[in-house]
Write a protein of this length. Structure first.
Length: 126
C-alpha cells in the first residue's frame, strides 16, 4: 500500500485483559491475528509466565494461549481497524466495572535513534 513506508518503524501493541472473569479473544482469534500479520506473544514462549506461576497442563496460562500481540507496518487507526475486522471484537469495549477494559492498545514509533510511546490509546485516538 503506497504511503505506508513510514510505519515500518512503528508498532501498535495489544494487551488482552481477563475482564469479567474470561478472556475476550478465542484461540481462533489469536490464530487469525497471527495469520493477518500480527506477532502474537504465545504464553508457552513467555519466560516470565514460566517463572511466575507457570503454565497449565494444556499449555495455557489461566486459560489463555496468548495475552498480547503487536503489529508493524500500519498506522494506529488501520491496525485497530484490522484487529476489529479479524477478531470481530470492538476495541473500545468497556468490560466489567471491577476488572477494567478487555482490550488495551499502545503505539511505539522509532525515528532517528529516538522513540515515542503512547501507552494510553483511548477510543478516538485510533
Amino acid at each position: 500500500m503506497p504511503g505506508l513506508e513510514m510505519y515500518k518503524t512503528a508498532i501498535v501493541g495489544y494487551k488482552s485483559n481477563n475482564s469479567g472473569g474470561h478472556w475476550w479473544l478465542s484461540d481462533a482469534d489469536w490464530r487469525a491475528l497471527e495469520e493477518a500479520g500480527w506477532k502474537v506473544n504465545w504464553v508457552k514462549d513467555s519466560p516470565s509466565i514460566k517463572r511466575y506461576g507457570g503454565l497449565d497442563s494444556d499449555g495455557r496460562w489461566i486459560g489463555a494461549l496468548a495475552t498480547s500481540a503487536s503489529r508493524t507496518g500500519l498506522p494506529k487507526k488501520m491496525a485497530v481497524a484490522e484487529f476489529e475486522m479479524v477478531t470481530g471484537q470492538f476495541a473500545a469495549d468497556k468490560g466489567c466495572p471491577c476488572c477494567g477494559e478487555p482490550h488495551a492498545f499502545y503505539y511505539l514509533k522509532f525515528e532517528d535513534d529516538e522513540y515515542e510511546i503512547d501507552w494510553d490509546l483511548e477510543d478516538g485516538d485510533w
